[in-house]
Design a protein around this ligand. Structure first.
Ligand code: HEM
Length: 404
């Protein structure tokens, strides 16, 4: 076994990041990694360390607490330039954090999630009607990608006539490609103006959706207007690609394991546990969002100074053999918990919704696409080249058309 740390970028890592994370867990569980722009960060890869960093109130989320190297490298959000899109719960600490989070949780009451499930079933049905007519169907492009964005539009109450443009602009932001900086900047401008207009409309006419709740909280002085638009933008950024990756990764695990797929087809109750196992094994987010120690601290025996950037690898923690027996095996019956929705104060607000969407999508695929199989060799599949996301660009499939 080599003592040289593996690369955490490039085609080999993107195709299969797990060997690199295995090496780090074994040899450098709290490891200093270089980042673009001369910055660096601590990467935490063991489950126990990951869980304690996520739960630690000394690990602050406010980018204003970061050291100068990180800030200068431009890795943070443009707080100063775009307060209308970044003043959200994921970038703040107590007490602002609980204030912002409380208002948003209204979107995920059992009544709202029930109605979102009905929307998810209807949209999935329509998407699969179209997919079954495609000559070269792709489960990411034709199902996993459009479903969550349609649900986010429902949550925010985006009017029908605006949805096509909303999807188009979101796709530009999702590309996250360094070659697309200008286009991403323009799409961000578009969201800035669009969300502001939506808020103005809700101020004139209240509505029974999350944006309506946020605007009411603004009216009563609980939220600033920037906090309203930033929260709406956060739901788009946090809830879209993550759910795309969950559905795609889960379907790939089933395509690799036809016996498991047959068991799920025969008993849809197994879909829920299989989704949890997929979250553990192929976490849609490689890393949690940035954290910065408020006071110097020690993690896994390594001293971290105040302001030093910390990344927690959810993908690595999910396969830590110190926590899971045979960690690389897909076994929905193990019933293991995981960190893929985070842990502690910033635990994912949309976890229940993401589970509902994945369950609806996967169950419908099992019901409607008999004989489902990959249409290409697995080594031709491409993954997002990203240190943040862990998801597929495309999942081309074939199925038995006579029975669909
Ligand atoms: C499979 C899909 C999803 C995954 C894997 C996921 C994962 C996560 C993780 C790991 C965090 C914690 C980040 C940290 O502590 O650094 C988080 C936070 C968050 N997620 Fe999700 N998420 C998913 C879907 C969603 C959806 C559908 C929504 C809403 C529409 C959503 C909204 C949020 C929000 C608002 C936060 C910030 C919570 C806070 O800072 O208190 N997520 N998510």
């Amino acid at each position: 076994m080599t003592r040289t740390p593996p690369a955490l970028h490039g085609p080999e890592f993107e195709a299969d990041p797990h060997p690199a994370y295995r090496w780090l867990r074994d040899h450098a569980p709290v490891h200093r990694i270089d980042l673009p722009g001369g910055a660096w960060a601590w990467l935490v890869t063991r489950y126990d360390d990951a869980r304690s960093v996520l739960a630690d109130p000394n690990m602050l989320k406010d980018p204003g607490r970061a050291n100068a190297t990180w800030y200068r490298a431009g890795l943070g959000l443009p707080f100063d330039h775009r307060p209308s899109l970044v003043r959200s719960m994921v970038n703040v600490d107590a007490p602002d954090h609980s204030r912002l989070r409380k208002v948003t949780s209204g979107a995920f009451t059992p009544r709202r999630v029930r109605s979102l499930r009905e929307s998810a079933e209807r949209i999935t049905g329509e998407l699969l009607d179209a997919l079954t007519k495609e000559e070269a169907p792709d489960l990411v492009r034709d199902l996993a990608y459009p479903l969550p964005i349609a649900i986010i539009c429902d949550i925010l109450g985006v009017p029908e006539e605006d949805r096509a443009e909303f999807h188009r602009q979101a796709a530009v932001i999702d590309s996250s490609s360094p070659d697309e900086y200008e286009a991403i900047g323009a799409a961000t401008d578009w969201f800035d103006a669009y969300l502001d207009g939506l808020v103005a409309a809700r101020l004139r006419e209240p509505s029974d959706d999350l944006l309506g709740d946020l605007v009411e909280a603004h009216r009563s002085g609980e939220l600033s207007r920037h906090e309203v638009t930033s929260t709406a933008f956060l739901l788009l950024v946090a809830g879209h690609e993550t759910t795309v990756a969950l559905i795609g990764n889960m379907l790939l695990l089933l395509l690799r394991d036809p016996e498991e797929m047959a068991r799920l087809r025969a008993d849809h109750e197994l879909v829920g546990p299989a989704i949890e196992e997929s979250l553990r094994l192929e976490s849609p987010l490689q890393n949690a969002t940035w954290r910065f120690p408020g006071e110097p601290t020690t993690v896994g025996g390594v001293r971290l100074e105040a302001g030093e950037p910390v990344l927690v690898s959810l993908l690595a923690a999910g396969r830590d053999p110190r926590r899971y027996e045979d960690p690389d095996v897909f076994d929905p019956r193990r019933g293991a918990s995981h960190l893929s929705f985070g842990h502690g104060a910033h635990f994912c607000v949309g976890a229940q919704l993401a589970r509902v969407e994945a369950r609806v999508a996967v169950t419908a695929v099992l019901e409607r696409l008999p004989g489902l199989r990959l249409a290409v060799d697995e080594d031709e599949l491409r993954w997002w080249p990203s240190m943040i996301m862990h998801g597929l660009f495309a999942l081309p499939v074939a199925f038995d058309r006579d029975n669909s």
